[in-house]
Design a protein around this ligand. Structure first.
Ligand SMILES: Nc1ncnc2c1ncn2[C@@H]1O[C@H](COP(=O)(O)OP(=O)(O)OP(=O)(O)O)[C@@H](O)[C@H]1O
Length: 580
């Protein structure tokens, strides 16, 4: 049984290490020494969680009550805890200061079980019970252990790396060679439960990828579309007969039905079932298959009657974001009606359909899902004629849609989970409007505003993701396009992510240092018109290349549906600049 102290010690060490290789090496070494459930538990804990991403893993202790648990554990008053907190700024550090325990007794399994227990207590009096359970384990914890237990409880472990490093470490620890990392990353697109993945790898080594398959209740990563620069390119990339589907600007959704249990997951794999009771009801009422997994898009939508004709109204993505809430769901269900458009089927009655071709999947989809009420199938055409394709695109735009997604019907047109694939190509209206491009960038800093913007930010320092290095590299400063309401929302979002120094996964040049540093968490969509070489920025710098910068950037919207690792990559930017 490995002690929790070893894990806490490693957390502390990892916080100081900046080298990618070194972090992976340390992680691998640690996993090699684990057995049984420890593997699974540790995989979650390294990501600061106590379960897979698609499960709600918040422990549900109100922040201010954690002070009470700490006071109870160390026998001091809440007032004193608050004072120490005001000085240290981190309750984990307060626990570290207060713990007098020298001998470590807790095991990883014990701590993990206790944290799960805290999460699971619910109902009347549950807050008291949660505090009691936390207080009790803190009493048994050494200073270091206490510090990290508190950080996990708050969901703020922040070791400065994400799941990709863990996957690389699994390759070394469980297959004995880093060369299997690619396969393991692919498996993770299908088995998105990092704990289950780790455990299976620990049991089966390099042969483990053969054990992963889609299953209801566990979302797979979404297949994404590549963008093309011209209509001609569309024709070149997918020759001959192809399908063109309407592209809706809403929220990606994966619906899983297993008997009576129906769940909806977002593109970030969050469980969003509670946000869309109307979609869940529609699926329950109209789909008779016992187990089924569907892929589609939820859009803010209404059908209106005008002069005796039925017209479809598609509303902007921003409208839909009103549905992103835990409370008053019913009220907003009325205020912001939605429709769901399914375009793919990934699983049916015990059988994975991921390896079937697009045409096979579409036929199965049509057999099993009939449009009714707010549930639809995406409208599409199958054609090899360019004019027909262009007409279909123009009609879509006329209807207020974003554009189309053209899909390959070739014999290898499988569902490529987790991939931005050349089997799906998107073509949007804005692409045809000259050189304006949009980018999803991660905010890592802000500069104080002046004049009218005093008290708020003047500009945001934005980065793109360097996928190989897993670093966020600066690309532009965005200072225009914000309404007052945008600025207010952004300020409140950023306030929970400010940090005192540049996070180690962010690369910034001296001349670009912001007034406030922000850890990579918030993604915004930015419109820009030109990519230039710039020695001041770090995006794509290295190997004889200077950094890249975006000129004339303008804020469009906050991308709540994207995490920092879904941001535009420096590779995509370089390709765009070089016109690939
Ligand atoms: N018929 C469709 N087929 C596939 N995806 C569709 C379709 N209609 C809408 N979509 C949405 O479009 C997205 C495809 O664009 P992309 O893969 O680039 O994601 P994105 O960058 O979020 O797109 P965007 O920037 O256009 O919002 C899908 O993730 C899906 O949510």
């Amino acid at each position: 049984m490995v002690r929790f102290k070893e894990l806490a010690g490693l957390f502390e060490e990892l916080e100081q290490i900046t080298s990618h290789k070194e972090i992976v090496r340390k992680l691998a070494g640690f996993f090699e020494g684990l057995k049984g459930n420890e593997v699974k538990d540790s995989a979650y804990l390294f990501l600061g969680s106590i379960g897979p991403a698609f499960e709600n893993t918040t422990l549900g202790i109100k922040d201010r009550l954690v002070t009470r648990a700490i006071a109870g554990a160390y026998g001091i008053s809440e007032e004193e805890v608050k004072k120490l907190y005001a000085r240290a700024g981190d309750l984990g550090d307060v626990a570290f200061e207060l713990s007098k325990k020298r001998e470590a007794s807790l095991t990883i399994e014990e701590v993990f079980k206790r944290l799960r227990q805290i999460k699971e207590v619910s109902g009347k009096g549950s807050q008291e019970e949660k505090i009691g359970l936390l207080s009790d384990i803190l009493q048994k914890a050494t200073p270091e252990e206490g510090k990290y237990i508190i950080r996990i409880v708050f969901g703020r472990l922040r070791l400065g790396f994400g799941d990709q490093f863990l996957l690389e470490a699994f390759s070394i620890a469980f297959t004995g060679d880093k060369k299997h990392a690619g396969k393991i990353k692919e498996s993770y697109s299908v088995c998105t439960d990092i704990g289950e993945l780790a455990q299976t790898l620990a049991e089966h080594g390099a042969g483990a990828p053969g054990y992963f398959s889609i299953k209801p209740g566990r979302p797979v990563k979404s297949m994404l579309a590549q963008r093309v620069e011209s209509f001609e390119e569309l024709e070149e990339r997918i020759r001959g007969k192809k399908a063109a589907e309407e592209k809706y600007d809403g929220e990606r959704v994966q619906v899983h039905k297993a008997g009576d249990e129906i769940k909806a997951f977002s593109r970030r794999l969050e469980d969003i079932t509670y946000q869309y009771p109307d979609v869940i009801e529609a699926v329950r009422e109209s789909i008779s298959s016992d187990t089924i997994v569907l892929d589609g898009e939820i859009v803010a939508y209404a059908e209106l009657e005008k002069d005796n004709t039925r017209i479809e109204e598609f509303y902007p993505f921003q409208n839909l974001m009103q549905r992103r809430r835990k409370y008053e769901v019913e009220k907003y269900r009325e205020k912001c009606p939605v429709a769901v458009f399914f375009f793919d089927i990934l699983y049916l009655n015990g059988e994975s359909l991921l390896k079937k071709t697009y045409s096979e999947r579409r036929a199965i989809l049509e057999e099993n899902v009939r449009g009714s009420g707010i549930m639809h199938l995406t409208r599409r055409i199958v054609t090899e004629n360019t004019e027909e394709l262009e007409d279909f695109f123009n009609e879509a735009v006329e209807k207020g849609l974003e554009g189309i997604v053209v899909k390959s019907m070739s014999s290898n047109s499988v569902y490529e989970a987790g991939k931005r694939s050349w089997l799906w190509l998107k073509w949007k209206q804005e692409y045809s409007e000259g050189v304006r491009e949009t980018f999803d960038l991660v905010v890592v800093g802000s500069y104080y505003g002046r004049g009218r913007r005093k008290g708020s930010f003047g500009a945001l320092l934005c980065t793109a993701l360097n996928e190989e290095e897993q670093q966020f590299e600066t690309f532009t400063k965005v200072g225009t396009g914000f309404t007052e309401a945008d600025a207010e929302e952004i300020n409140s979002l950023l306030s929970t992510h400010t940090v005192s120094e540049a996070p180690k996964n962010v690369t910034i040049k001296k001349g670009m240092l912001p007034d406030v540093f922000i850890e990579p968490a918030v993604v915004i969509e930015v419109l820009g018109s030109e990519i230039t070489n710039s020695p001041g920025h770090t995006a794509g710098e290295g190997k004889g290349e200077t950094g890249l910068a975006l000129r004339f950037p303008r804020f469009l919207r906050i991308r709540y549906d994207r995490g920092p690792y879904d941001a535009t990559t420096v590779r995509e930017i370089r390709d765009l600049k070089e016109g690939i």
